[in-house]
Design a protein around this ligand. Structure first.
Ligand SMILES: Nc1ncnc2c1ncn2[C@@H]1O[C@H](COP(=O)(O)OP(=O)(O)OP(=O)(O)O)[C@@H](O)[C@H]1O
Ligand SMILES: [Mg+2]
Length: 358
């Protein structure tokens, strides 16, 4: 068991309070992703688990034990950073074996563990090479292997893929996902990339300014964001959001005034609703069918198209503001008046405090 817990953690650097007061459980054997914009405190939280930062108050627990005073080397955590530092004058095999040599593991066992890790990370053909003879992705895999070889109870990743090109990033994040499933160790993964979070996480923690905005499984956050911030952070392209200037609740639901147009929805909404949102993939062109509501966009101009193959995300400018919709690719360059059909059940409503109403 290596559940990790923050209990009433706070962190100040001098006068600056970076984490005001935070409680969080990172379950055993799962991948928890800390997601949030730059400066929100992700690395600081990770470093407090590793023992590289000390909390100003509160407790860090690993496997039920308070570790505030336990030195980093005794916490059983392996760290993988963005800047992997391999020994340049050692081969891949020697780099991988190094932590075992330091721990005085017998030579035969060293060899078999290096081979097992190399097989898992597909490094076997590269064992006799030096780091300078490897690609960036291969070097990062060696760095991960070196962290893994001590069979840590906890993996801590701090944006390990952000230096890599897109293709490699996609491939390595799938590899990390596969590896974590195979190892069943507890992992905490820091990123500001929501796609990475959605791919890797069992549990995502969305952070803003050192506070937790929401904790949940990837699809929970996508389907039921707790507030405007989470709705805007999860999902790509971004959710479409429109201010509601007035609303009228009737027997058949609610009519929302969105400036130039109105939107009739089946939900009976609270008078505090100030924002309505829909995701690009939940809008289609055409008149509404069962379970859908109509939204007419006037004066549309296509600003850009993101082609996915048979369909494309169309970035529109309209009298309602900027809107993104998913349309068949054949419909390239939408313009003029467009009738959209929105899935009524997946509309999002937010109140005057930016909280979601479900
Ligand atoms: N040693 C330090 N001294 C003073 N302030 C610090 C120190 N380390 C971090 N901070 C501040 O704490 C805040 C959180 O930093 P942290 O590195 O945890 O952010 P982050 O979420 O990891 O951001 P990024 O995505 O840019 O890596 C930032 O405002 C940062 O400037
Ligand atoms: Mg960071």
């Amino acid at each position: 068991m290596a559940e990790i817990q923050f209990r009433s953690i706070s962190k100040r650097f001098g006068d600056v309070e970076v984490i005001p007061d935070l409680d969080l459980t990172m379950p055993d054997g799962q991948v928890t992703v800390l997601l949030g914009p730059s400066g929100c405190g992700k690395s600081t939280l990770l470093r407090m688990i590793a023992g590289l930062e000390t909390p100003s108050s509160g407790e860090v627990r690993v496997a039920g034990r308070v570790v505030n005073d336990v030195p980093p080397s005794e916490r059983g955590c392996a760290l993988v950073f963005q800047n992997y530092a391999l020994y340049p004058h050692k081969t891949v095999r020697q780099n991988l074996a190094f932590p075992l040599r330091m721990a005085k593991v017998p030579a035969a066992e060293q060899a078999s563990r290096v081979q097992a890790i190399a097989d898992l990370l597909e490094l076997s053909p590269l064992l006799e090479r030096y780091p300078r003879q490897l690609s960036g992705g291969q070097r990062q895999r060696v760095a991960m292997g070196r962290a893994m070889i001590r069979e840590p109870e906890v993996f801590l990743y701090d944006e390990p893929l952000s230096n890599l090109d897109l293709e490699l990033r996609v491939r390595l994040r799938l590899e990390i996902a596969r590896m974590q499933r195979a190892l069943k160790s507890t992992a905490v993964y820091v990123t500001h990339d929501q796609t990475e979070a959605m791919t890797l996480a069992d549990q995502i923690v969305v952070l803003r300014k050192g506070r937790i905005e929401q904790v949940g499984a990837p699809l929970d956050l996508y389907r039921r964001p707790a507030n405007l911030f989470v709705a805007g952070f999860i999902g790509t392209p971004r959710i479409n959001l429109f201010p509601v200037s007035a609303l009228e609740v009737g027997a058949n639901g609610t009519r929302l005034d969105l400036g130039p147009v109105s939107l009739q929805v089946p939900q009976r909404l609270a008078p505090t609703v100030r924002t309505v949102g829909f995701r690009p993939e939940q809008a289609r062109l055409g008149p509404p069918g069962p379970g859908e509501v109509a939204l007419r966009l006037e004066g549309c101009e296509t600003q850009a198209m993101e082609h996915l193959g048979d369909r494309a995300f169309c970035y529109l400018r309209s009298s309602l503001g900027d809107v993104v919709v998913l349309a068949p690719s054949a419909e390239a360059r939408l313009s003029g008046t467009l009738d959209l059909a929105l899935d009524a059940a997946s509309l999002h409503f937010f109140d005057d405090r930016e909280q979601a109403l479900h």
